[in-house]
Design a protein around this ligand. Structure first.
Ligand code: HEC
Ligand code: HEC
Ligand code: HEC
Ligand code: HEC
Ligand code: HEC
Length: 474
């Protein structure tokens, strides 16, 4: 039998061990510098908490990553800029409709004309949705996709397959799916697990509608200069579908995590939640996609019929990701997170600011890392862009009101539905453009020239329609 005896260490051995220890410490320090954020992440992860795909409660993640959690919680703080965010107290945000009265008229016949409010911080996304008066009309379960930490619910409904699960939810009522999320303990606003892999902390996308949409975009032949990994994928074997989580760069992922929700979509009980990217990311590409889409009853796709003109209209929803993709920042590799989640220095390490909000509240870290101008100068430049855009938007609203007035007048002169047909088509096209920029939340900043181009087309179309209506039955 052999026993392990204590073996006395020679001085040389001790020397070697010490040398190793010093070298190891040195290498560790170096790694800390190079990979400081990754190391911090895995350390907190392994040593303090065990996280899984079902951990939707951000509090638990906060035990491992207190700095990110602290800033994340601040999304409950009310903030306001001239065009962004919301100031008030706990009450619901100011009615957008009251500010731009023409909004009410262009949405006549749609749930949004009942209640259309300014957005506010991420902390409120689920409660604001539960409280909106739009819920007095039946809404579909699809609404939850972007307002709750819903992935475990999808997986359960799809027996492990989240996409299959999501594809069941448009047939469910909002109330039914919302109750399920509460019962399963996942009724949280967007949470850590929605953007981070719980094992590695790497950022990732989870939302099925985003993954399907971006795959269709990759499979199209549209140019997407802001997303170079799509070009790489197209030039490859194409054996596997484009997968953002493995094919995209970190820079791209820093925008994709937001593109999971800040996008144009269609959601009703008629079809699974759809992101309209199969023809590209430009405004016209989305329009083409909807024009090609059929409702289950076989008719051409539309969101609602306008109460006055009877035109089959499209309602636009917050196309931040799409408008950003057409701007010079996107082309230069500047991601949503660069401006909306900039790094904060924290001693030797960097922490991403998880207080997602208007960058104008944070110009120093959001802009001045790249732009060497004074804060005042940067503010003035943004102001100029937003002012120009705001004025064009108001002129667009006025032009569309004139079109509606003229349609009413033509009708009162006895113009028939058939005679009005092509004017209704012009109404559809003009309003899609106007609403594209009204519903986008940066007041033109994300791509100023593109926004101005879209508004110019909206105005031009409205005036063309008005001229045609004037001629009817004169
Ligand atoms: C170059 C910087 C920059 C980039 C990149 C950027 N944004 Fe913005 N964003 C802004 C500015 C500036 C505003 C205007 C803020 C205001 O009016 O207070 C804004 C406004 C917004 C708003 C409305 C904010 C509010 O307080 O109401 C949202 C939402 C938004 N951006 C989302 C995104 C998303 C999603 C992306 C990426 C697809 C993105 N942004 C990329 C600078 C940026
Ligand atoms: C799961 C969906 C989801 C994801 C992912 C998401 N957002 Fe949001 N975001 C929302 C919703 C919903 C609101 C509106 C909440 C409300 O009004 O109650 C919102 C609001 C905002 C606002 C307005 C904040 C304010 O104080 O007015 C900004 C800015 C914003 N998001 C930017 C981003 C950026 C940047 C990213 C990516 C880092 C991102 N969001 C990721 C759904 C999402
Ligand atoms: C594709 C993701 C997505 C889906 C699906 C979605 N939302 Fe949102 N929602 C957002 C984002 C992003 C914002 C914040 C930007 C904004 O308000 O324009 C928001 C804002 C809101 C707000 C606050 C601002 C407002 O418009 O009053 C309400 C309420 C709301 N959504 C309700 C709903 C309802 C009801 C549904 C289902 C019909 C729905 N959402 C489906 C992403 C989504
Ligand atoms: C809307 C998406 C989103 C959500 C939700 C989110 N994060 Fe992040 N997180 C990011 C992005 C983007 C980065 C920057 C990643 C990069 O550049 O590699 C990041 C970075 C991090 C990092 C790496 C270190 C750093 O600060 O850059 C940690 C740790 C982290 N997040 C923890 C959390 C925790 C904890 C939560 C929940 C309380 C959370 N995150 C919620 C998007 C998100
Ligand atoms: C990561 C770097 C980076 C950050 C952060 C950044 N920018 Fe930029 N910005 C650029 C680059 C690159 C260009 C293109 C300049 C060129 O190619 O000449 C640009 C262009 C601009 C332009 C002129 C083009 C246009 O779209 O009108 C304005 C204005 C601008 N930035 C404002 C801002 C503001 C405001 C912020 C903060 C909210 C910001 N930028 C944050 C890199 C950045």
């Amino acid at each position: 039998m052999t026993t392990l005896k204590k073996i006395p260490l020679s001085k040389r051995a001790i020397g070697i061990i010490l040398l190793f220890a010093v070298a190891t410490a040195g290498i560790a320090a170096l790694l800390m510098n190079v990979f400081e954020r990754k190391i911090e992440a895995s350390f907190a992860n392994k040593n303090r908490i065990q996280l899984t795909e079902d951990d939707t409660d951000p509090k638990k993640w906060g035990l491992g990553f207190p700095k990110q959690y602290d800033s994340y919680k601040r999304t409950a703080i009310a903030t306001r800029t001239r065009f962004g965010g919301h100031g008030g107290s706990e009450a619901l945000p100011e009615q957008k409709i009251e500010r731009d009265p023409w909004l009410k008229r262009i949405f006549a016949g749609y749930a949004f004309s009942i209640d259309y409010r300014d957005r506010r911080g991420h902390a409120y996304m689920l409660s604001d949705q539960e409280d909106t008066k739009r819920q007095t009309k039946p809404q579909t379960g699809s609404c939850m996709h972007c307002h709750a930490s819903i992935m475990p619910v999808y997986r359960e409904l799809g027996e492990g397959d989240a996409l299959a699960g999501m594809n069941k939810t448009h047939k469910m009522s909002y109330q039914e799916l919302n109750k399920k999320a509460h019962d399963m303990g996942h009724a949280h606003p967007v949470s850590c697990v929605d953007c981070h892999n719980p094992n590695t902390m790497e950022i990732r996308v989870t939302r099925p509608a985003f993954i399907v949409g971006i795959q269709k975009l990759a499979e199209s032949s549209a140019e997407v200069p802001a997303i170079p990994s799509i070009k790489r994928w197209r030039e490859g074997s194409r054996k596997q579908p484009y997968d953002p989580n493995t094919d995209a760069s970190t820079t791209e992922m820093r925008s994709f995590v937001c593109g999971q929700c800040h996008v144009e979509y269609y959601c009703s009980s008629d079809m699974p939640l759809t992101y309209p990217w199969g023809d590209g990311l430009k405004m016209e590409d989305l329009e083409t996609f909807w024009d090609r889409t059929k409702l289950s009853n076989g008719s051409r796709f539309y969101d609602y019929k306008h109460k006055e003109s009877n035109a089959e209209l499209l309602k636009v929803q917050h196309p931040e990701f799409e408008l950003w993709s057409q701007g010079v920042h996107a082309r230069s590799g500047v991601a949503c997170a660069d401006c909306h989640m900039p790094y904060m220095r924290d001693g030797a390490s960097k922490v991403s600011d998880h207080w997602v909000r208007s960058p104008l509240l944070n110009i120093n870290r959001a802009c001045q890392t790249c732009h060497r101008f004074s804060e005042k100068e940067i503010k003035t430049r943004v102001d100029k862009i937003q002012n120009t855009n705001f004025k064009l938007l108001q002129r667009g609203g006025a032009a569309l009101m004139d079109l509606l007035d003229e349609i009413q007048a033509a009708k009162s002169r006895g113009a028939t539905e058939r005679e009005l047909k092509d004017i209704q088509e012009i109404h559809r096209k003009s309003q899609w453009r106007l609403d594209y920029i009204a519903a986008e939340n940066s007041m033109g900043f994300h791509a100023p020239q593109e926004a101005a181009r879209i508004l110019a087309e909206a105005i031009d179309l409205a005036r063309q329609g008005q001229a045609k209506a004037t001629k009817l039955r004169r």
